[in-house]
Ligand binder design. Sequence first.
Ligand SMILES: Nc1ncnc2c1ncn2[C@@H]1O[C@H](COP(=O)(O)OP(=O)(O)OP(=O)(O)O)[C@@H](O)[C@H]1O
Ligand SMILES: [Mg+2]
Length: 240
Amino acid sequence: MTSPAIEIDSLRVVRGGKEVLPGLSIGIQAGRITGLLGPSGCGKTTLMRAIVGVQIVAGGRVTVLGLPAGTRALRSRVGYVTQAPAVYDDLTVGANLRYFAKILGAASERVAAVVETVGLTGYGDKLVSQLSGGQRARVSLATALLNEPEVLVLDEPTVGLDPVLRQELWTTFHELADRGTTLLISSHVMDEAERCDELILMREGLILAHASPADVLLQANASTVEEAFLNLVGTKERAG
Ligand SMILES: Nc1ncnc2c1ncn2[C@@H]1O[C@H](COP(=O)(O)OP(=O)(O)OP(=O)(O)O)[C@@H](O)[C@H]1O
Ligand SMILES: [Mg+2]
């Protein structure tokens, strides 16, 4: 076991008068891909926002790379890609990346490097508004890679992508993990689970399971992660 890159202790978050995370504790291993899975509204984005330090928390502690989440020193060390692509439609791919490189204080040479990493070589002069949804998502991912962050938090990065693009992105994620990046990737499609090193199954702000895909199946006596999820929900409900 490697040491955790992210440590969460009794995290409590209230949003819109509702307790979204009632007291969540978990450690996320460094240099691995952890999948955060659970149905819509269970709190995945909320948890990610707390990790990158943009969520108001009601209690508990979130530590990233040994520092409190959201600390200034973490800004260049933690990359975050939000659920909706956050790039400018009326700028080209290259202009977007040069702009974000400036803001983030990344070297301008990084622009070409990240364009290649996300498979958009040759698209630098294209307006983002003329790209497909998947290409737009990859521009968004590219902005988060500019600083070569040690921790990468990706909120549903493969939603709406075709299987080929999804495969390509997962290859990129594994390459980043192989180079030591810690990745936390959310999804509400359970079929992406097998591509992760570790899984966190979440429901209504609670953690149902946290283990490797194989161990999750074993624990839940299931043959698919979807089935594991349903079995674990059933077990919790029977236990009250
Ligand atoms: N801006 C907000 N104001 C108030 N409540 C919110 C806000 N955003 C989310 N919530 C509530 O917090 C809960 C968790 O939302 P969150 O966005 O973390 O879920 P999620 O697991 O990311 O869902 P999805 O898979 O649909 O993205 C939901 O019940 C939602 O209604
Ligand atoms: Mg979400």
